[in-house]
Design a protein around this ligand. Structure first.
Ligand code: SF4
Length: 254
């Protein structure tokens, strides 16, 4: 694990990310807080691109809790079948729509506790909704932020919650509102999971990752030692049969 980053370096890091993308946005498409909750709930273990493809036609017919609940699990399933775990997600989206109608007057609540009561909504989804829909300074730790937080030394931690709390402590107030978007984008496009692109990373001198990849060239596969030629086995001479021996003797005598 890299050494924890200093506050001064963390400030530099976010200043550089902010300069590169002053107004970062979520890549999920949504039209209001309700469609954002649905899009984020559908995005677990799926790509934003895949979710956007499915929600484009869905949100034209159901962009409110009333319309979504009226759609029902089966018809909703027809829209989201291309998304992983769609059966379970369809049940959750209908159940959360119904709960919003029954307990929240059809409105998306603005506290983490209330959001986490909705079926299929965990801490990460709640944090995204609070940040993106309501402008609260939350950090939703997904796989990208978990990786970047650990590699750079910004907020090393064994669990997403450790990383979230570490980031909350180290991110300067000026940057906290957009920090989670910057870190997601950095993890998605530069600090990639399998092969971080350190050779073109703007944070390379601040980052504490030990195994930086400083060249775009993939390492060549090691040459395997040439297989030794094994000498061919001598072929056994066929033992002469008694009949053959007799024939040979007869030929020699004539
Ligand atoms: S230098 Fe490499 S490991 Fe560090 S943040 Fe940049 S891409 Fe990630």
């Amino acid at each position: 694990m890299p050494r924890k980053m200093t506050r001064a370096k963390a400030h530099d890091l976010f200043a550089r990310l902010a300069a590169a993308a002053p107004e970062p946005q979520t890549e999920l498409h949504f039209t209001n807080p309700f469609t954002l909750v649905v899009a984020v709930a559908l995005s677990a273990q799926a790509t934003d691109e895949g979710v956007n493809k499915a929600t484009k036609p869905l949100f034209t017919v159901a962009d409110t809790p009333e319309a979504m609940a009226a759609l029902g699990v089966e018809r909703l399933g027809d829209y989201i079948k291309t998304i992983g775990l769609w059966r379970n997600k369809a049940k959750n989206v209908i159940a959360l729509s119904q709960m919003l109608l029954d307990e929240f007057d059809g409105k998306v609540p603005e506290t983490r506790e209330a959001l986490e009561r909705l079926p299929g909504v965990g801490r990460k989804t709640a944090n995204v909704v609070l940040n993106v829909a309501f402008g609260q300074p939350t950090i939703a730790v997904d796989t990208h932020i978990f990786r970047v937080g650990n590699r750079t030394g910004l907020a090393p931690g064994k669990t997403p919650l450790d990383v979230e709390l570490g980031l909350e402590k180290i991110i300067p107030d000026d940057f906290i509102l957009h920090a989670h978007h910057w870190l997601i984008l950095h993890g998605r496009y530069v600090c990639k999971a399998r092969r971080p692109e350190c050779w073109r990373c703007a944070l390379v001198d601040l980052c504490g990752f030990k195994d930086k990849v400083m060249s775009p060239d993939k390492p060549k596969a090691k040459k395997t030692a040439k297989a030794k030629k094994t000498p061919a086995k001598p072929t056994k001479k066929l033992a002469a049969t008694p009949k053959l021996r007799a024939a040979t003797r007869k030929k020699a005598a004539s």
